[in-house]
Design a protein around this ligand. Structure first.
Ligand code: NAD
Length: 480
């Protein structure tokens, strides 16, 4: 163990974390290294009994944790950041192993999540409102909901676990994290590490198979589900949560449009738009998934973005200059390949050249790909590929392109690009999505609320408003 580390943590064995203890199981599953397709470490599959025990422990812990003064809860969160920071390289390496992300991006996630997300939340205060008239004083206060079940996807396993843990713990809730079965490793280790800071039952993690999420959503002891994942699963989560009237926050998929105005600096803007579409190999809920370019600059913009996409090197995490890693799992890899097959079958033009995915290293790698002006009803326009393949279409009429951008069941994010900022902002305000970026691709921050419109979500998290998603409002009316 390095002298800079307080405790010995083994980053190669994984346990469910229940009631302050490491718990193993009768059955095991495993993730897969997406750069090779080879099996990764074993992880225990949590049973219904494990979940029941975790919920009981979380309920018991809630009784005292919710009564701890908020400033002391913040101190505990700060202590967790300090402890986590000692292991930031271990978390980076673990994240690389489970996701295949290029080192610089994995580092940003592993290092930035605790310091950035928790670091921001400890500066927030839980609001209180006061109303007074001749007969009464009424105080509206916000009380913690109880036990939170955090159901996470596989694309940002550290950020999204910590992104739910920070507001839950700050407001006085306790949390049971359920990572995606594709990326169980970092979340289980976060919870293991957290046992050195928080009382038993405050932070727990259970990993397992496809049965666990549904079990959580119907569990009567869980007060809230914070879900991040696909729209299809989110609908099932909401339906299941209705049985116990659990509170839900649903953060789901997007089909984000980028609208490029005729006055942009093409050479400067095209690489930025490409970055917005291809970062994390397109496996970002707020990645640009449809690009609309004004017809007067369509051809030069297409050339510039195609050139930019060609410079994004795809490869192993530690390859020099690598920008994009693999698709995280085989199921998603096959789904992304389906967009290539569909586009090829329908005769769409592949601006980037290759019209199929070439095998590389046994892993799930896909080269960044641009489809030149497919029809509005094509799959690549109407569905979220969640991979590095994106369509580009021309537009001429502003009202018409706004309609086209809004013509989707999703409403997560969008971007507008133009030198005329007033015009770009005017367009931004007409887009039906939760986060709009003017002259930037999606750059989320925990300091600002994030949530989707339409089928991209219910409620949201982060920022001052996000804190309230973990609370009930309670009004105390005291009569004079
Ligand atoms: P997914 O919906 O397949 O799975 C998400 C989580 O739900 C996993 O932990 C999974 O085990 C669990 N789950 C599956 N079925 C369940 C059920 N019936 N009940 C309860 N839980 C269940 O999503 P994914 O493939 O892991 O992630 C990709 C999707 O997530 C994309 O659509 C992406 O846009 C979206 N996403 C959204 C955000 C956001 O903040 N809006 C962020 C990241 C990813």
């Amino acid at each position: 163990m390095s002298p800079s580390k307080t405790i010995n943590i083994d980053f190669t064995t994984f346990h469910n974390i229940i009631d302050g203890k490491q718990r193993d199981a009768k059955t095991y599953t495993n993730g897969v290294d997406p750069t090779t397709g080879e099996k990764s470490w074993d992880v225990p599959v949590a049973t219904e009994q494990d979940l029941n025990d975790a919920v009981r422990s979380a309920q018991k812990a809630f009784e005292s944790w919710s009564q701890v003064p908020v400033e002391e809860r913040k101190d505990k969160l700060r202590a967790f950041v300090d402890l986590y920071t000692e292991y930031k390289e271990d978390f980076t390496n673990l994240l690389i192993k489970e996701s295949g992300k290029p080192r610089a991006f994995a580092q940003r996630e592993a290092e930035g999540s605790a310091a950035g997300v928790i670091g921001h939340h400890v500066n927030l205060n839980i609001p209180e409102e006061r109303y007074e008239d001749d007969e009464r004083v009424a105080i509206t206060r916000y009380t913690p909901l109880g036990v939170v079940g955090a159901i996470c996807p596989w694309n940002f396993p550290i950020t999204l676990s910590i992104g739910k843990m920070a507001p839950a713990l700050l407001t006085g809730c306790t949390i049971i994290i359920k990572p995606s079965p594709f990326t169980p490793y970092t979340a289980l280790k976060i919870a293991e590490l957290a046992q050195n800071v928080f009382p038993p039952g405050v932070v727990q993690a259970v990993g397992g198979d496809d049965k666990l999420g549904p079990m959580m959503t119907v569990h009567p002891g869980i007060s809230k589900i914070s879900f991040t994942g696909s729209i299809a699963t989110g609908k099932k989560v909401m339906e299941a949560c209705a049985k116990t009237l659990k509170r839900v926050t649903l953060e789901m998929g997007g089909n984000d449009a980028a609208i490029v105005l005729p006055d942009v600096d093409i050479e400067k803007t095209a690489p930025q738009v490409a970055m917005g579409a291809f970062m994390n190999s397109g496996q970002v809920c707020v990645a640009t998934k449809r690009i609309y370019v004004h017809e007067s600059i369509y051809e030069p913009f297409l050339q510039a973005i195609t050139k930019a996409a060609g410079t994004f090197k795809v490869g192993l995490s530690d390859d020099p200059g690598v920008m994009l890693g693999p698709i995280q799992n085989k199921m998603q890899y096959e789904r992304v390949k389906g967009f290539f097959t569909d586009s090829k079958k329908n005769g769409y033009k592949f601006a980037t050249g290759k019209d199929e995915v070439e095998e590389m290293n046994g892993g799930f790698f896909v080269q960044p790909t641009i489809i030149d002006n497919p029809p509005n009803e094509s799959r690549i326009i109407t569905e979220e590929p969640f991979g590095p393949i994106v369509p580009l279409q021309p537009w001429s009429d502003e009202a018409e392109v706004i309609r086209r951008a809004n013509n989707t069941n999703a409403g997560l994010a969008a971007s507008v690009w133009g030198k005329d900022v007033a015009r770009a902002e005017k367009i931004a305000k007409q887009l039906d999505a939760g986060s709009i970026f003017v002259n930037s691709f999606s750059k989320l921050t925990p300091k600002v609320f994030f949530g989707g419109h339409k089928e991209s979500g219910i409620g949201g998290e982060w920022g001052n408003l996000g804190l309230l998603a973990y609370c009930n409002a309670q009004c105390i009316h005291t009569f004079k």
